[in-house]
Each structure stands twice: as structure tokens, then as C-alpha cells.
Design a protein around this ligand. Structure first.
Ligand SMILES: Cc1cc2nc3c(=O)[nH]c(=O)nc-3n(C[C@H](O)[C@H](O)[C@H](O)COP(=O)(O)OP(=O)(O)OC[C@H]3O[C@@H](n4cnc5c(N)ncnc54)[C@H](O)[C@@H]3O)c2cc1C
Length: 386
């Protein structure tokens, strides 16, 4: 078997997961190259810990990508500038690369400028600096309207904005300020975490109600009037004293310019093998759009639990092809996630997103056990990736 080169674009969660899987599956003569512009990997889920002061500095959740060399994974630091998927060729700021296989794991870009007034008014929960600013704002908060604003769908981790609202509730209780605060969530979604089906959505809505968190679905923001502290929707307005925002997401420009995306704005892939329409080119994680193979028309959520499972499938299939074996592994749409609910508790959603005729996902009620499991799992993942 001649030596092969596998080029992985993006050293975030999915890129590192697939690089590790491939390294374990293939002998060292095959090159595994990760192209990533950052010098560290940071686990985004730790923003929830930053926002409540459980983690004080993002560096606690970071690992140096230089550590990949110890594992026999090459890391090329650079910006991916151009992708030629038909030739499996990539131009990066650090040089040109060509692979026998190309795996695109470039994640989602956040576009704060997509909503006028967002950058001036909102604290971006999806940015680690923004999450630290949320922490400081919660310390100073003395009462008023605290709003979580989801600007557009899809966005990474459909649970995170709801977690933010629950965590705020706990933080205000702790300060004796809950009576003085009104907590609201505004979202264009029809219900919380819609890809998980109506039962999960209804369960989360019930939990919000129990905590007196106001929920405004089907609200699509047009702009934020920062001076007047108002969010302007298509048909209404809402005021705020503290605004925590999730900006619009999009596939990275380099991916869109390569003609890899479809009308969804993301890369369409085979739901079971993550193959793109180009031979030897795969995409996984947040950069993909995967329509659930059932009549709901819903898409698979953008979450690392799926990127992780997808990386297993892609690595197994590439390794089998290189070894000349006829085996093929399939991603089955099963997955789970924790939903932090404050007070040291988390709920646990798990199920089958590819189920027919609609996703079958169950939400276990909050308990300290799930909170502990989540902490352990995130730490385990961080240590395993780099
Ligand atoms: C606040 C928050 C909480 C979350 N909590 C959870 C959770 O509890 N559970 C869960 O399952 N998921 C969670 N997620 C979602 C999870 O982080 C993502 O689904 C996951 O990171 C997706 O992996 P990815 O590899 O597709 O993208 P990413 O991890 O975003 O990696 C993409 C990488 O590509 C790099 N890149 C992009 N463009 C270029 C370029 N042109 N050149 C070079 N490099 C480039 C980026 O720097 C980045 O490192 C959370 C996300 C956020 C924001």
C-alpha cells in the first residue's frame, strides 16, 4: 500500500478528533496533516464555566497544538485561503498542500456584523472574551431585564443559550437579586432545540416556565438599537438592561468560495458516510448541513458529540480504503448532550436523530450526576484531543 497523505482543514474539535482516530488506525508512513490558524485548541463548551466564574481564564481549557507532534500528527499553522476540492488541493498562508484525502472541518464563522447594533450592545456568549464579560456583567447586575438573544438558525450547540438563561437564574438567586430581574429568551426557533423533536422542546419550555424565564419563540431580530437599549424584531420590540447574544453563524468564506456549499449555506454530505460530492473529500462537524433522513426536514444539530462520532466513521472508512479492505462504517445519527440547568445540575438528552418518522430523543430530568458526568467528559475529551 503506497504512502498516503490525509489533509485535514481545521484543528478544532472535529479536525483533531479525526486526526487522532486516523493516527491510531494507520501506520506512521501515512501522513496526517492538520491545517489550523490558531496555535491552541480551546473547548468552546468551557464558555459556560467562564460565564459563571467557575473558570477564570480561558487558558485553563486550552492545549498547545504543538503537542500533536508527539502523536505523529503534523500541524501546519496557517490560514486556509483556497480549496480546490476536485484536485484535493489547498492553498494556505503557509504554502500549498495536496492530499489523497481531504477532510474539511472548518466549523462555523460568527458574523456579529450581520445584525446592526449587535457588536455595540450584546455580550457574545460564543466567544471566550464575551463569556468573561458576561461573568463581570452578572457580578455588577443590580436588576432589570436580562435577555438571551439567538439571532439566526442554525447555530452551534442548540442547548447553550438555554443553559445561559438557567445559569443566570442561579447567579441572580445567589446575589438575592432574582426578584429584581426579568430573564427572557428571544429566538427565531419554533421551540427549544427543535432538531431534538417536540417532546424535548416541550420539556425545556416547562423547565423555563418553572424558573420564571420568559420564552419568546419565532422572534427574528432585525437590529439592536444600542442607545435606546432595544431589540427590534420584525413585528415587535423588546428592551434590555443586559444582553447576551448568539450572533449569526455561517460556513467560513473559504468554503463558500470553493463552491462546496448548497442553498443551506453549508456543505451537504452523505448523512451516513460524510462524503461530499467530490471523490476523496469529506466534511464533518459544524461546517456541514445534514438533513435528518426522515420527513421532518430538520437538520442535525451542530454539536461536538456529533463531530466526534462522525470523525470515527470517516477515519474508519479512509483507513479501510487505504488498507484495501471492503469494510464501511456508517454514522447513525445517535447522540446525546447535557443541558446545564444551574444549581450544580444538568439534564441529559439522548436519542436517535435519524429515527423515522421523527427524531426520538428523551430528556432525563436535571440531577447532580449529569452535571458531574459532563464535567468529566469534557475534561476527558480535552486531554484526548491534543
Ligand atoms: C458556548 C458553546 C458551548 C458548547 N457546548 C457544547 C456542548 O456542551 N456539547 C456539544 O456537543 N457541543 C457544544 N458546543 C458546540 C461545539 O463546540 C462544536 O459543535 C464543535 O466545536 C464543532 O467542531 P468543528 O470541528 O466542526 O468546529 P470547530 O471546533 O469550531 O473548529 C473549526 C476550526 O477551524 C479553524 N478555521 C476556520 N477557518 C479557518 C481557516 N480559513 N484557516 C485555518 N483554520 C480555520 C478554526 O480556527 C477552528 O479551530 C458548544 C459551542 C459553544 C460555542
Amino acid at each position: 500500500m503506497p504512502n498516503k497523505t490525509i489533509v485535514i482543514l481545521g484543528g478544532g474539535f472535529g479536525g483533531l478528533a479525526v486526526a487522532n482516530q486516523l493516527r491510531r488506525a494507520l501506520p506512521p508512513e501515512h501522513r496526517i496533516v492538520v491545517v489550523e490558524r490558531q496555535s491552541t485548541f480551546y473547548m468552546c463548551a468551557f464558555n459556560m464555566r467562564l460565564m459563571v466564574g467557575e473558570m477564570k481564564d480561558r487558558r485553563e481549557g486550552e492545549r498547545e497544538l504543538a503537542g500533536l507532534a508527539r502523536k505523529g500528527i503534523e500541524w501546519v499553522r496557517g490560514e486556509v485561503l483556497e480549496i480546490d476540492p476536485a484536485a484535493r488541493k489547498v492553498r494556505a498562508s503557509s504554502g500549498t498542500l495536496e492530499g489523497d484525502y481531504l477532510i474539511i472541518a472548518l466549523g462555523a464563522e460568527q458574523d456579529e456584523s450581520g445584525i446592526p447594533g449587535f457588536a455595540e450592545s450584546a455580550l457574545n456568549l460564543y466567544d471566550s472574551n464575551g463569556a468573561l464579560m458576561v461573568y463581570r456583567a452578572l457580578q455588577e447586575f443590580d436588576g432589570g431585564r436580562a435577555v438571551v438573544l439567538i439571532c439566526r438558525t442554525p447555530f452551534s450547540c442548540p442547548a447553550a443559550p438555554y443553559e445561559a438563561a438557567f445559569l443566570m437564574d442561579t447567579a441572580f438567586q445567589g446575589k438575592g437579586k432574582r426578584q429584581a430581574a426579568e430573564i427572557s429568551i428571544y429566538t427565531p426557533e419554533p421551540r427549544p432545540m427543535p432538531a431534538a423533536g417536540p417532546e424535548t422542546g416541550n420539556a425545556v419550555t416547562g423547565m423555563l416556565k418553572e424558573r420564571d424565564i420568559k420564552y419568546y419563540p419565532q422572534h427574528k431580530v432585525q437590529r439592536v438599537a444600542s442607545g435606546a437599549r432595544k431589540i427590534v424584531f420584525e413585528a415587535s420590540e423588546a428592551s434590555f438592561d443586559l444582553l447576551i447574544g448568539i450572533p449569526p453563524h455561517a460556513a467560513p468564506k473559504v468554503v463558500r468560495e470553493a463552491g462546496l456549499t448548497d442553498e443551506t449555506g453549508w456543505i451537504p454530505v452523505a448523512p451516513d458516510t460524510l462524503e461530499t460530492r467530490y471523490a476523496g473529500v469529506f466534511a464533518l462537524g459544524d461546517v456541514t448541513s445534514i438533513r435528518q433522513p426522515n420527513p421532518t426536514g430538520l437538520f442535525l444539530p451542530k454539536a461536538w458529540v456529533f463531530a466526534n462520532e462522525q470523525s470515527r466513521v470517516v477515519a474508519k472508512n479512509i483507513a479501510a480504503q487505504i488498507r484495501g479492505e471492503d469494510k464501511s462504517s456508517r454514522f447513525d445519527g445517535k447522540g446525546s448532550c447535557y443541558l446545564e440547568t444551574g444549581d450544580g445540575m444538568a439534564a441529559y438528552a439522548s436519542g436517535d436523530f435519524y429515527a423515522y418518522p421523527e427524531p426520538r430523543v428523551y430528556l432525563e430530568p436535571p440531577s447532580p450526576r449529569y452535571h458531574k458526568e459532563r464535567r468529566e467528559l469534557e475534561q476527558e475529551q480535552l486531554e484526548a484531543l491534543v
